[in-house]
Write a protein that binds this ligand. Sequence first.
Ligand code: MN
Length: 714
Amino acid sequence: MIRQFELVETVKSYDPSTDEDALNRAYVFSMRAHGNQKRASGDPYFSHPLEVAGILTGYRLDSNSIITALLHDTIEDTTATSSEIEEQFGEEVAQLVDGVTKLTQIELQSDQSDQAENFRKLVLAMSEDIRVLLVKLADRLHNMRTLHFIENQDKRRRIALETMEIYAPLAERIGMQELKNELEDLSFGELNPDARESINSRLEFLRSEGKDNVDAIIKELKETLAHRTIKAEVYGREKSPYSIWRKTQKKNISFELVSDIIAFRIVVDTIDDCYRALGVIHGAYMMVPGRFKDYISTPKPNGYQSLHTGIIGPERQRIEIQIRARRMHEVAEMGVAAHWEYKQNTDPKTGRQYRWMQELLDILEHAANPDDFLEHTKLEMFPDQVFSFTPKGEVIALPAGATAIDFAYAVHSEVGDTCVGAKINGRPMPLRTELENGDQVEIITSPAQTPSPTWENFATTGKARARIRRFIRLRQREEYINLGKSILERGFQKEGYEFAEKAFDEILTIFSADSVDDLYAEVGAGQATGREVIEAVFPGSKDSNRSKVAQLFRRRSKKKKADEKTSVPIKGLIPGMALHFAGCCHALPGDRIVGIVTKGRGITIHTIDCETLEEFADTPERWVDVAWEEDANSERRAGRVEIVVTNEPGSLGELSMVIAKNNGNINNLKITNRSQEFFDMSVDIEVHDIKHLRNIIAALRASPVINSVERSRG
Ligand code: MN
């Protein structure tokens, strides 16, 4: 166990500005809070936070991270409170400890492993400060190192599985290769002890036979490089049993070759030396085709840089070599933690204390693939998603702003249709409540319940809205059918005819109805009158005559033709209804759209997220579910975007050039605000569809003079 003064000395050695007093107080605070608690190993519990702190000093983290490590289990496991911690150690530490505590709590809830990716996203989304994640990973590492003390085998397996599926990939994502390897290997030992054992004994055998061989290879590589005046260190490092096992699994081979068990590494001073060393190696030995990878010019998304190559090396052995500069080596081993900078190195202009964070973002920004960039950069990372749990621990991912009703429909349509209430984190809450990351949501259902039109006001997901609206429409149609039927019955009675449904079969086409129910619904909705129907069934009755019906028939069929001619690219419309597009949101083919019925004006089309729709929240009967025809992109439509451009010569030129290059056409441009530094403008761009517009937005965002680009939302 590290002692108090050792810990403080270590932190001071790499961060001279450490608040020594706070470190000492945290040590004592944690020791007293954990009191007589014991670990499964029989050690005092306090040894655990202390070891976690020790692991993090290995990454030379700042004193607040170390203090957080010391305190990380006090809220969850002792009587200490967050406000006490804030009082004694300040707001920053209190927030960090809260963050780690939250992660620990979700970990306790979940024993499902099939949702690993969602879970990783959840953990990332909840680690608003990356130091929270670093402390959590160190916590997990120490728990894995001491896993064998836990007696319950199910519990050991669950923890190992979670480590393998959640925490090792997270460590990899932030580039902490060494920590990832250890986590994987410890999990492997728990999950597949026999495989690990057999690999170890095989390794031992190969080692006893080939050890001199590895040393000889290192020696020859060193000499080859020195001969060409390249200063280099050469290592041969055994791969971990788990990575060997995975490789043999993947390729279905046994490991006999040195290249399978030893990774040779050449560490030089500069990038230049990397390529020179590569040239020397390729000059001296035969290269194995297809093994060369340049991760220096194209770093991996997590910042990893190296040259990889395979050669037939000294002793005619096939070997794999990684060549990297010293700085890259640090990054490869320590990931984000290697980017830590101390206070004296802070950027004097911005005063940013966490420059390594900035550096990390820079590295990621230059990663090869823009998708990777999006996937891996944002550490506050999924601002557009919220992750919550069912009582069984299943993760439900929803768009940010989603409410309990969305959750209910996400679990199952039936659950949504019959839900009467929700418990969030154990407390009854209204269905309109917006969910937060990590909420546990229990939906209460009743078989007697049916969807309520008011739900649409706070349902945000397409699935929930569509389902609610469908239900409302079905019920509305039922009402129209009943109403229409009774109107016709009364009409027939009044005219002295006997009412018979059969009579309508002949006249359905006149009313463009597919069935008798359709006809009733038309009458019920007021699209056709009872009188018109009766006249159609009994031509010449009373004061009407045939020609009038003929006229009616002609009028309707003509109307239908007119519709076809304008070829509105939208499905779900009532035939003959006028249609136009709202000027607020500029819907494009591919957008999710809804129609709003306006008396005398027909239907107005909005995008589903248009802010104007709030005005119609209280009149669900005016909403019509519509969709684009599949081939709706024959004609170009204008989409509107809000752009902020740097105010400098040429930036407007650049803007229009980017749009033109991407085959878009500006048909309107309005400057809405102009300041010393920026123009805000609203631009209408003619495009084929939403995909086309998104391409243009992405291209604009890539331009250095363009500050931000957003689709207009009404
Ligand atoms: Mn812990």
